[in-house]
Design a protein around this ligand. Sequence first.
Ligand code: AR6
Length: 187
Amino acid sequence: MEITLTQGDITRQRVDAIVNAANSSLLGGGGVDGAIHRAGGPEILAACRALRAGHYGKGLPTGQAVATTAGRLPARWVIHTVGPVHPRPEDGAPELARRTELLASCYRESLRIAAELGARSVALPAVSTGVYGWPMESAARTALGEVLELERKGSLGEALDEARFVLFGADAYGVFEQVLQELSHGP
Ligand code: AR6
């Protein structure tokens, strides 16, 4: 599997699955979530409502992921995941560690589901770095660290060819590029 980075709008990516930085209600919001529902049309929201009426009556827990149709998007599936809100300094180090693990879990679960569905290419946003306030560099370390680790352990089998991080803006792209370089080849 290749880990690639691109700058742009995730709704324009021609991939098998697009990951959405959703919230636990699964009923839409701003940021990537709003863009995905706008571009994908009402079919995605209808599928999310069906999930809420069924297995996810209490909402999708943080760190987990679930797939729906991609509606009109140029992809087959949207995989909704719920990132953690970045903790406040006064929440302390153990809470930061707990939420960092939840952020890693978003990527692990999203890619596990993508592989299970038979997706070969997946586009991923920088989960939690918008409304949920996670600093970009820390988010990049967790996101890229987790995906590199999954690849190294062979956890995703042969299923996926490409995990494409889609960064919104040059700053986010630059941070991911530097962290990827560092994690794959050393500083
Ligand atoms: N394509 C790629 N990345 C994008 C796009 C796009 N079209 N639009 C924004 N980003 P956010 P969160 C970037 O706030 O922090 C929603 O209301 C953005 O610049 O979308 O996980 C949900 O419903 C940022 O770097 O997600 C939840 O309530 C990153 O995507 C809440 O926000 C994530 O920002 C989730 O917050």
